[in-house]
Write a protein that binds this ligand. Structure first.
Ligand code: IPE
Ligand code: IPE
Ligand code: MG
Length: 251
């Protein structure tokens, strides 16, 4: 693939290796390791989250140039509320600031915001900003930037079941396609590639239904260090995988 004009020499070599016919349509990321990144530098966890926010912008730019259609980032899980109150409140404020700051950039880059998760528990000032950016970017077409907020895979499934029952769906009428249409991700394809940073080999309640056939990629890199080079490495690894979906792969 042709590298972007501002690529460094090291990035250029990786861009040239990318097969533009094998780009994942949906990349999902568990952005983990902000706290450890900060600790390594003798900084507060908050500084780690700030550095993590910058890495998101980088990931969006790489995704845009790659031609990825959807990028989902796990920003706050249903379990993250058990963190100290101060950290939770800073995370919410950082999210607000990030959205406010990104609004113009998302418009310039033709990126559409999307949110999955239970928004009812988020602070009002965050929800207001989310609504503004959702509204402003709704017609954008180049990339969907999907943020998982107060999201849990189990909560997603449970919420779908509740709504199915409420809608009076009969057991015989229920199938996987219909079920999927009751999940938060109803308008999105399943992830082709799931990336987790920071060396933890687990999914931590992320997109449980949707990752049934996703390719999984784990790296020791801490999220704030996940730059263009790391993204390209993940995509190159994905391009080496043979996806079979239960078939024989022609063997
Ligand atoms: C990921 O970084 C960000 C969120 C969960 C919000 P962590 O805060 O989990 O960082 P570590 O895992 O403690 O290093
Ligand atoms: C997963 O990271 C959640 C997000 C990245 C938002 P955690 O740091 O919360 O996950 P665990 O606790 O290590 O499994
Ligand atoms: Mg963590």
């Amino acid at each position: 693939m042709k590298p972007p004009a501002n690529a460094t020499e090291k990035e250029r070599l990786l861009w040239l290796e990318i097969d533009e016919n094998k780009i994942p349509e949906h990349v999902a990321i568990i952005m983990d390791g902000n706290g450890r990144w900060a600790k390594k530098r003798g900084l507060s966890r908050i500084k780690g989250h700030k550095a993590g926010a910058k890495a998101i912008e980088n990931a969006l730019d790489s995704a845009l140039h790659l031609g990825v259609k959807v990028i989902t980032v796990y920003a706050f899980s249903t379990e993250n509320w058990i963190r100290p109150e101060y950290e939770v409140s800073v995370l919410m404020t950082l999210l607000f600031q990030f959205l406010k700051l990104q609004k113009k950039k998302l418009m310039d880059k033709d990126i559409k915001l999307s949110i999955i998760g239970d928004r009812s528990k988020l602070p009002l000032f965050v929800n207001r900003e989310i609504d503004r950016v959702l509204d402003e970017t709704r017609e954008n077409k180049s990339l969907i930037f999907n943020i998982a907020l107060n999201y849990g895979g189990r909560a997603d499934i449970l919420n779908a079941v509740k709504n199915l029952i409420e809608a009076g769906i009969k057991p015989d009428d229920l199938n996987e396609k219909l079920f999927s249409s009751y999940l938060y991700t109803k308008d999105l394809p399943d992830p082709d590639l799931l990336i987790r940073t920071s060396g933890e080999i687990r999914v931590s309640n992320f997109l449980l239904w949707q990752i049934a056939y996703s390719e999984l990629y784990f790296t020791d890199i801490l999220w704030p260090d996940f730059d263009t080079i790391e993204m390209l490495k993940a995509i190159l690894e994905y391009q080496k995988r043979e996806r079979r979906f239960g078939g024989t792969g022609g063997i």
